[in-house]
Design a protein around this ligand. Structure first.
Ligand SMILES: N[C@@H](CCC(=O)N[C@@H](CS)C(=O)NCC(=O)O)C(=O)O
Length: 235
């Protein structure tokens, strides 16, 4: 996605200050950190919202690089999303609470963007589903080999997830992962999106391969490595 004018990755404190001083409209500020996996989910939602609400100014701020700003907004964890107007904080949404972020941005910013009748639950179910499907597709394509598990790759929180992580590691495959326990929408959404009722789910180049049983069989039959893109094999 190209970077829109209304979406700024903060590199200089004065940019934020000027925007807050000059704009009479709401400004959305997303605080993130590299090490916090959930920030990536929220960031993709912020990107989508910035593309939709083009008259609203969005900022992404690396919390630890701008500690004074983070302290001023009392940011104690990331991701945190704030909607501010001038010096006033209108809303503060902690964590990767995507539905809440979408709702609050819609509530605060629709009018200024001339999006008629967009109130609290204004995103109709159909529209919301489209947003979710876009998000799921982006997550699936985040890495050439992507696995959706319970817990993290370092600390799986289900025997099946642990098994697939061990198998991928054992084959020296480089992969991205997403912890579905951090996002109920993704957890339930993916089952429907991919028509696969359980986790883990392994995707290669955006296509579902399957869960533990299938991947295990594919390793046995030497089929799996043939499907892995060259760049995703550890040398
Ligand atoms: N036989 C499955 C085992 C996976 C499985 O049964 N997963 C369950 C328990 S971890 C699951 O994801 N249930 C749905 C859910 O928890 O949302 C495979 O090959 O992957």
């Amino acid at each position: 996605m190209s970077v829109a004018n209304n979406l700024i990755q903060l590199t200089d404190e004065s940019t934020l200050r000027k925007a807050l001083e000059s704009k009479s409209q709401e400004v959305v500020i997303f605080f993130w950190a590299e090490w916090a996996e959930q920030c990536k989910q929220v960031e993709s939602v912020i990107d989508e919202l910035a593309a939709k609400y083009t008259k609203t100014q969005f900022f992404k701020i690396e919390a630890e690089a701008f500690s004074e700003i983070s302290e001023a907004y009392e940011i104690s964890a990331v991701p945190t999303t704030i909607i501010a107007k001038k010096a006033k904080v209108l809303k503060k949404i902690d964590g990767a609470n995507i539905p809440e972020i979408v709702k609050e941005v819609a509530d605060s910013c629709a009018a200024a963007n001339g999006i008629a009748g967009q109130t609290a639950s204004a995103a109709s179910p159909v529209e919301f589903k489209q947003d979710l499907n876009t998000r799921l597709k982006e997550l699936i394509e985040r890495a050439p080999v992507m696995v959706f598990i319970k817990g993290t790759a370092a600390q799986p929180r289900c025997g099946f997830s642990k098994k697939i992580v061990n198998m991928l590691n054992g084959q020296n495959i480089k992969y991205g992962y997403f912890d579905i326990l951090t996002d109920e929408q993704v957890r339930q959404g993916l089952k429907e999106y991919s028509n696969w009722p359980t986790f883990p789910q392994l995707y290669i180049s955006g296509e579902l391969v399957g869960g533990v049983d299938i991947v295990s069989e594919m390793i046995e039959s030497d089929e799996l490595l043939d499907m892995i893109p060259e760049d995703s094999l550890a040398k």
